[in-house]
Design a protein around this ligand. Structure first.
Ligand code: FAD
Length: 294
């Protein structure tokens, strides 16, 4: 029987999952599969594979999720974005994923290709918001659909209230869970959860975490989230910036501490942005497993 993320979320205890992206070169492909094999032993609840902004890596999402479904013990979730696709194409891709044995999908709008902060223009025959992609997936078959959530609000949202309303609309359209963008302060997640609860919705929101292992990742995280990196934490990293080993150790410690707090607060799951490497995630996992959290 095919497993679905909803079944993992219905079990006792938090889910534990990893995110990968489709590699562009043979060397990167080797690194991805090494990370997958090394993380498989931790028996995560599921792993997800992102969908590229355009070009050949898009087809690779389907290939990799299928390969994970067939060749590993892992449960793959395929991301799909609305960028550059008509509704008919989106339905076709959903059908291809189902045929490849991948009924778990994350429905996303995506960002404008080239300049993520540029003007968003929908495909003339496509969808405007992720909510509509959720509906396409849910009416196409018994798929388990997740969506994105933003603890600090999506950069394009006029207000946190608007942002929350649009997230809740995705749940009403049929999404069964959300995964957050990376964040570094537990209260940002907890406030998002409170806003969603106050809107009368109790859908599970999985916390997305990325261990900072070098100072360059601080700037990268700001580009990915559109939110400034927390100043107090940035100052702690700045104090050890001259010593890469200390930066890395601090990143593992801070992520472990953040995950501990979130687990104490009853998060339904933690999701790690692995950047196709396993070491940092395994170290955080070991810290949490030692604390008998998972
Ligand atoms: P939406 O939910 O459509 O929201 C986009 C904006 O429109 C928000 O500001 C929202 O508040 C607003 N909005 C929504 N509905 C309405 C409405 N009815 N009326 C008015 N405004 C509305 N990108 C990729 O390219 N590939 C990936 O694989 C990928 N994976 C991701 C995984 C996660 C867990 C996360 C958090 C993000 C991921 N992204 C990915 C990035 C994501 O595509 C972008 O952040 C994108 O800008 C927003 O996508 P969304 O699905 O949240 O869009």
């Amino acid at each position: 029987m095919t497993r679905l993320v909803r079944d993992c979320l219905a079990q006792d205890g938090p889910t534990f999952s990893f995110e990968f992206f489709p590699p562009r070169s043979t060397d990167d492909d080797r690194a991805l599969w090494q990370a997958i094999r090394e993380l498989e032993g931790l028996r995560p609840s599921f792993v997800s594979v992102t969908y590229g902004a355009g070009g050949s890596t898009r087809a690779r999402t389907i290939e990799i999720t299928e390969q994970i479904a067939v060749d590993t013990t892992l449960l793959p979730v395929a991301h799909l974005t609305a960028v550059g696709h008509s509704k008919a194409e989106l339905r076709g891709i959903v059908g291809n994923l189902a045929a490849a044995g991948v009924p778990n999908m994350l429905a996303l709008r995506g960002d404008p290709p080239g300049d993520p902060e540029g003007e968003w223009t929908k495909h003339p025959e496509g969808v405007e918001y992720a909510e509509e992609l959720v509906a396409i997936m849910r009416t196409h078959g018994d798929f388990c659909v997740g969506v994105a959530a933003f603890p600090n609000g999506h950069p394009r949202s006029a207000s946190l209230d608007d942002d929350t309303r649009h997230l809740v609309a995705k749940f009403h359209a049929g999404a069964e869970y959300a995964i957050t963008n990376m964040f570094f302060v537990a209260d940002d997640y907890l406030r998002l959860r409170d806003r969603v609860t106050a809107a009368g919705c109790d859908a599970p929101i999985i916390a997305g975490l990325m261990p900072i292992t070098n100072v360059g990742m601080i700037r990268r995280s700001e580009q990915l989230t559109g939110a400034p990196f927390p100043a107090k934490l940035a100052a702690r990293f700045a104090a050890v910036a001259h010593d890469p080993k200390s930066v890395r150790a601090m990143g593992i410690y801070e992520t472990s501490k953040l995950a501990e707090r979130l687990l104490e607060e009853g998060v339904p799951g933690v999701h790690f942005y692995t950047l196709n490497r396993s070491k940092a995630t395994r170290e955080v996992w070991a810290n949490l497993a030692l604390g008998a959290r998972l």
